[in-house]
Ligand binder design. Sequence first.
Ligand code: ADP
Ligand code: ZN
Length: 424
Amino acid sequence: MSREEMRELQGKRLHKLVSLVYHNTPFYRKKMQEMNILPEDIRTIDDIVKLPFTTKQDLRDNYPYGLLAAPRSEIVRIHASSGTTGVPTVVGYTRRDLSIWQEAIARCMTAYGVTRDDVFSVGYGYGLFTGGLGAHYGVEHLGATVIPTSTGNTQKHIRLIRDLGITGIACTPSYALYLAEAIEKSGIPKKDIHLRIGAFGAEPWTENMRKETEYRLGLNAYNLYGLSEIMGPGVSHECECKNGSHIVEDHFYPEIISPDTLETLPYGQEGELVLTTLTKEGMPLLRYRTKDLCSLIEGKCDCGRTSIRMTPIKGRSDDMLIIRGINVFPSQVESVVLEMEELEPHYMLIVDRVNNTDKLEVQVEVKPEFFSDSLNQMLELKKRIGHRLQSVLTISAEVKLMEPQSLERSEGKSKHVIDKRVLA
Ligand code: ADP
Ligand code: ZN
C-alpha cells in the first residue's frame, strides 16, 4: 500500500474508532467533552493529535471493565498484564479482535519466512499472559504446525525440538540463549536440531544477543514486539532485512512523543512510543502511552514493505525494570528498605546480565548504630533483607550491605537504578 492509501485508511478507521469510544466508553466521552472535541472533529489521521492520551493508570482506575467499548457479552477472552505492583490491568477481546490478532501474528510469521511446512514451538507462557495464546493462534492461522510448549520444562522442550523436527520457535530472547546452553549440555548433535527461525520478544534485547542466538541455535532471530494493553505480541515485527520492526499500522497507529512535553516528535527522533488501536472493538485505546522508548523509521524497506518501522526498544520512560521477565519497580525495593529499622532510606539497584541471565543486586546502607563488626550479625541482617525482597519482588536479589554514608545522595531527582544491560 502506498503511504497516501495507508494514511487515508488510517484516517477513516480513526474516525470510526472515535465515534465508537465517544458513544460506548464514558471515560473517553468525558475526556473528549473536557477537551471540547466531538467525533466529527476527527476526519484525517493528522487530527489524532487533538485526542487525549491514555495511560496505564487510566486502565488501573477503570479496572476491570471500565474501558470496554463492547458489551460484556461480546467479550470472548480476557488477558492480563503481569501487574506486579498494585492492580493488574485486564484487556477484553471480541471475536473480531481475536481474528485480527491472529492475522497480525500470521503476518509477522510470514515476514520471518514461516510457512505451512514449519513445525513451530510456542515457548511463551500460556495463560493470562498474552504471549502464549497470542502467538499460538497466529501460527495456527498461518497453517504451520503449532506445538504449545509453553514455559517450564526445558528438557522436554529440547526433546520435542529434536523428535518433532521443530523448525521455528517463539520465546523471550533470554530463554532462547538458555535453551541454546541446555541443548549444548544435552550432547544432542547439531545435525539433529533443525531450528531455522526464532521470533523473540517480550523484553528488550541486543544485536549481540541476536548474533549469539543465531550462532548457537543455528537459526535466524527476529524481533517480535507487542503489549497486552494494545493486543499482545504482533504489534510489530522484523523482516528478513532485520533493520527495524514493521508496525502493523493498519491496526495500530504509532506516534512518538516527548515524555516530558508530550509533543509529537518527527520521524527519526527518539521518544516514547504511543499507539492507537485503529480497529479494536473490545477495549480500544486512544493514544496509549507505552512508556517504551524508540524512534520511527519511514521509507520503503528493502523487503518491499512500505509500513513505518520502529527501532529496537531502548528502555522505558518510567522506572519499571523487567528482570527475568518480571516487572520490578524501584519503589518496591524502597518499601522494603523503609520498613527495616536497621537501614537508611538510601538504596541502589544494579541490574546486569551474567551468563545470559538477569542479575539484580540491591545495595542498602546500614545505619551507624546497627553497623557491626560481627560477621554473624551482618549475615543475619543480609539474609533477612534478602527474604523480604524476594517476597515483595517475587525474584531473588543479591543484597549488598553498604557502610554508613557510602551511597550517593542527590538533590532533586535521585537515581536508584544502574542498568548495565546496555542495549547497543
Ligand atoms: P507487562 O510487562 O507490562 O505486564 P506485557 O506483558 O504486555 O505487559 O509486556 C509489554 C512490554 O514488554 C512492552 O511494553 C515492552 O516494554 C516489553 N516488550 C515486549 N516486546 C518487546 C520487544 N520485542 N523488545 C523490547 N521490549 C519488548
Ligand atoms: Zn522490511
